[in-house]
Ligand binder design. Sequence first.
Ligand code: FEO
Length: 395
Amino acid sequence: MSVFKAVEVFKDIWWVGAVDWAIRDFHGYATHRGTTYNAFLITGGKLTLIDTVKAPFKEEMLSRIASVADPKDIDIIVSNHAEMDHSALLPDMVELCRPAAVYASKMGARALAEHFHGDFATVVKSGDRVDLGGHTLSFFETRMLHWPDSMVTYLAGEQVLFSQDAFGMHLAGYERFADQVPEHLLKQESLKYFANILNPYAPQVKGLLDKLPSLGVAPKLILPDHGPAWRDGDDRIVQWYRDFATPTPSRKVVIAFDTMWGSTDKMARAAAEGVSAAGGEPRVMPLKACHRSDVATELMGAGGFMVGSPTLNNHLYPTVADCLTYVKGLRFTGLTAAAFGSYGWGGEAVKQVGDALTDMGCTVVEPVSVRFAPDQDVLSQCAALGRAVVERIPG
Ligand code: FEO
């Protein structure tokens, strides 16, 4: 008899997921606190599995299911999202259960067919319902939250929302409910998750939150695919998402940089002094010590972004290129930005950083660059650059 048991999170709804204590890199996002892959089993009618887990956790999921019902008796599978941390085991489950149907959105069915080279999903669209005999599933497509295929599943009678990646966070633990976790931890990890997963689609997040009541979706229990569930009408995460999706640029200035021989480091420190002197809040993030996904998290609600790079072989420094590439994809808006850096012979990096910041849609202030090492005059220019960034933040 396995030690892995299902956890009943609501009458007839069981958590049958897995805890990944070890993961520290989730497609480029540093998951310092691990994660969970949440799959759910619905009993009391047609046995239904909502999503699966990442492939290495197959036995854990099957054992949890087996503590409630024979996995072979699963009649319906819902795939809310085709990304591999939730769908990797679908072919295995189809083989094992021969379910009456695997439901997915149109884009989801296509993604699954192309990924697994097999056409096994039945397409559902927003508003479609499936009677399980005791419970009724409703489906709502949530395109671009965070993939084109994404959808959520709702039990209207019970007011339970299976929200897939939305309202989730990467947080390993035995606490199945948010009210068992300190709020500061919930807020930090949900902010980091939003910054690194959902921020490119912040307008769609706001649109969906505004639209949910008109769709008749008023959940009292939210069951995301990662992290703890939100029960008894606990809607803190919904309120936080509203705030995350509509940030007001603050006087926080993120200063991300790397250094070869210490000159760009000195320039960053001087810039931080200028930011602080102007009433801003510098966040100094040396890229040897700070992960790109933590830079992204700090950019949530920031008004300023200063990026420093030495020139290496006529190009910007690799860690800086990495950070800029990553952050660009997350589409932060409304940033006032500046480039700075030192160089030995070429000096191309500062212009390249400035171009990247312009390309990101930032309002870019004139840069500061110096050959070899900054003297007091150059450090004063860096401090003035920090002040200029703060003063040009709107509002
Ligand atoms: Fe949790 Fe988009 O996968």
